[in-house]
Design a protein around this ligand. Structure first.
Ligand code: NCD
Length: 361
């Protein structure tokens, strides 16, 4: 059984295969339209969503599959205290594949442990959003043919933005050069920086203002302030509106740069850029459908694109309780902590659920 919990679950080769299928589905939908007939996708959305849920539903229905699920957990047995494990076991009997979005980091991984069907992570807290990163990479490759060699700036709330986390790791994996642009206090978290350094040998340039680096960027990926995730120690008022990409800033950008945003935008990306040919954010949201069509059919084994064995990772049990209060292991008490080890210059351990670094005692 293959799942997509983080992008580490797919090899670069598999991602490229999925993109090839997505491109085929995008240009000639009729060829694949019946592939999911009589299959059901469950969308379990414990957190708000517009694009992710609708594009997954659109993807499944365009392949003639059906969908069921919820977008408002207050109408479900969650309110009675039902665990993720029990929900996963139960949905296994009702559907053929699950997409889950939840506010706890690592929640999709718990569901994958208990479901007997493929589970896709539709965003887990401020941890990761792997299907958004697939859509983002696909959009870059369609415009620029490859990611390798591009200078990619990620701008905004890099600390709590899960789309930014998955995107950074994905860009590094495919050979892009990262520049991190974030207001003070909202910089990329250590767990991402450590992975970039240890696994990809990359130490991104870090600046506070996009104007400092705009000339150098091939891609400018803007991200909104994740107000709903800010801890009480961060004063939203001081960071709100502290970064903005607009026409004046874009005047100094490359003529063939790409402006990206996972959306929704709030006040960090000016509407005046919508007609700029460099704007790619609506293209990104449109590409979400073919990419998710290709992913659903691949994970269900309907297209033989995904290999039977996932990429090898070093994951094992640990007695160390994760220190991230938002980690699923600190909420669902039946989940035993696990850690992942990766080697670069030194050996590093991280929580296998939320990625948080385990500081050696
Ligand atoms: C993102 C998310 O939910 O993480 N949206 C999306 O899925 N396109 C980005 C965000 O909410 O800022």
């Amino acid at each position: 059984m293959r799942h997509l919990i983080t992008l580490d679950d797919l090899s670069n080769f598999e991602i490229e295969q999925i993109f090839r299928l997505a491109a085929g589905m995008q240009s000639q939908l009729e060829t694949w339209a019946g592939i999911c007939r009589s299959k059901l996708l469950a969308t379990l959305f414990y957190e708000p969503s517009t694009r992710t849920r609708l594009s997954f539903e659109s993807a499944m229905e365009r392949l003639n599959g059906g969908t069921l699920g919820f977008a408002d957990p207050s109408s479900t047995s969650v309110t009675k205290g039902e665990t993720l494990a029990d929900t996963a076991r139960m949905v296994t009997n009702y559907a053929d594949i699950i997409v889950v979005r939840h506010s706890w980091a690592g929640s999709a991984r718990v569901m994958a442990t208990y479901a007997n069907i493929p589970v896709i992570n539709g965003g887990d807290g401020s941890h990761t959003h792997p299907t958004q990163a697939l859509t983002d990479l696909y959009t870059i490759i369609r415009r620029k043919s490859q990611v390798e060699g591009l200078t990619v700036g990620i701008c905004g709330d890099l600390r709590y933005g899960r789309a930014a986390h998955s995107f950074a790791l994905a860009v590094a994996r495919f050979g892009g050069k990262l520049v991190h642009i974030a207001p003070n206090g909202l910089q990329m978290p250590p767990w991402i920086l450590t992975r970039l350094a240890q696994i990809h040998g990359q130490k991104p340039i870090e600046v506070e203002n996009v104007t400092e680096v705009i000339k150098t960027l091939d891609v400018i990926y803007v991200n909104r302030l994740q107000e709903e995730r800010l801890p009480p120690t961060v004063d939203a008022k001081t960071v709100r509106g502290s970064y903005l990409l607009n026409a004046a800033v874009m005047k100094n950008a490359k003529p063939d740069a790409m402006i990206m945003h996972p959306l929704p935008r709030v006040n960090e990306l000016a509407y005046e850029l919508d007609d700029d040919p460099r704007a790619a954010y609506f293209e990104q949201s449109a590409n979400a459908v073919p990419v998710r069509m290709a992913l659903i059919s691949s994970l269900m084994g309907l297209e033989q694109l995904i290999l039977t064995q996932p990429p090898k990772r070093d994951i094992g049990e640990t007695s160390h309780q994760c220190e991230n209060s938002n980690c699923v292991t600190n909420h669902e008490t039946y989940v035993a902590p696990e850690r992942e080890t990766f080697n670069g210059d030194t050996e590093v351990h991280a929580c296998a659920y939320c990625g948080n670094l385990v500081i050696p005692n």
